[in-house]
Design a protein around this ligand. Structure first.
Ligand code: SF4
Ligand code: SF4
Length: 261
């Protein structure tokens, strides 16, 4: 891989990596990955015979000087740039054997690449930039408050303090500090709080509710514990029902009109 230096919890190796039967399931593997730009005297070998194996839950950092091939490697791992030769397997599927359409869907649903530069589309608004991947995928963007469960978020204060949601930026919900703690420590703190799990304890009445597909019990911050703490009830429920009773016809009509666009 050019002159790239690499390190992490586990070092990447040249060529085909050794398998370790005690490791968790492998999710990413490359075989003799190579990328060459230009030809003849202008030929530049950006990545040369890279063999990498990453297991589920493993964190790997790839470091190297500017121009050593890190971005080229990441683009090939993410399905963005076809290698000159070699193969990339994600969950044992050789991604560059996919046709362009299948590869585009794979990138959209399976890969998250965060670029140094944001690569936003300048003619679109912030909201349009955020919702574009959902629209390309034929899905409507949804807020976590409309899915019936909290989403995985890291709300970070200027001092690095991390919270599970901007409505819960309170001392008792502080997960740790982004500058000091590893992600697994923050995630562990979230689990100990039972933050996501609590949002799954939906009021049984919601499952029977004719408006469940519109409301799904609402945001966690609007729910109070039920009688024995086994589930949580939305304290605006009665108002929601009055509103849906009155405007259900109009809401569904608006939905149909939007769906036609
Ligand atoms: S508390 Fe509400 S806004 Fe916050 S993550 Fe949960 S559903 Fe979303
Ligand atoms: S209207 Fe009330 S019962 Fe129906 S889904 Fe919403 S919170 Fe649950």
């Amino acid at each position: 891989m050019g002159n790239m230096g690499r390190k992490g919890y586990r070092e990447a190796e040249e060529g085909m990596p050794e398998r370790d039967s005690a490791r968790p399931a492998e999710i990413l593997r490359t075989e003799h990955l190579r990328k060459v730009y230009g030809t003849g005297n202008n030929e530049i070998i950006a990545v040369n015979d890279a063999g990498i194996s990453v297991a589920q839950g493993e964190f790997v950092a790839i470091v190297g000087s500017s121009g050593s091939g890190k971005s080229t490697l990441m683009h090939m791992l993410g399905g963005v740039d076809r290698p000159t030769s070699g193969r990339v397997f994600i969950e044992d599927e050789d991604i560059y054997r996919m046709d362009d359409d299948k590869l585009a869907i794979f990138r959209r649903r399976q890969v998250g690449l965060i670029y140094q530069f944001y690569n936003l589309i300048p003619v679109l608004t912030v909201e349009e930039n955020l919702t574009l991947p959902c629209e390309l995928d034929g899905r409507e963007p949804e807020q976590c408050s409309m899915t019936g469960r909290c989403s995985l978020q890291y709300l970070v204060e200027a001092d690095g303090s991390v919270y599970p949601c901007d409505f819960y930026m309170l001392d008792e919900y502080r997960l740790g500090n982004f500058n000091e703690d590893r992600l697994e420590v923050l995630n562990h703190a979230r689990e100990n709080l039972g933050f996501l799990q609590r949002s799954l304890k939906l009021d049984p009445a919601c499952r029977q509710c004719p408006y469940y597909h519109l409301c799904r019990g609402g945001c966690q911050r609007l729910r109070d514990p039920g009688p024995d703490g086994a589930y949580y009830q939305n304290y605006f429920c009665r108002s929601y029902r009055i509103f849906f009773d009155r405007y259900y016809g109009e809401i569904t009509e608006i939905g149909k009109q939007i769906g036609k666009r």
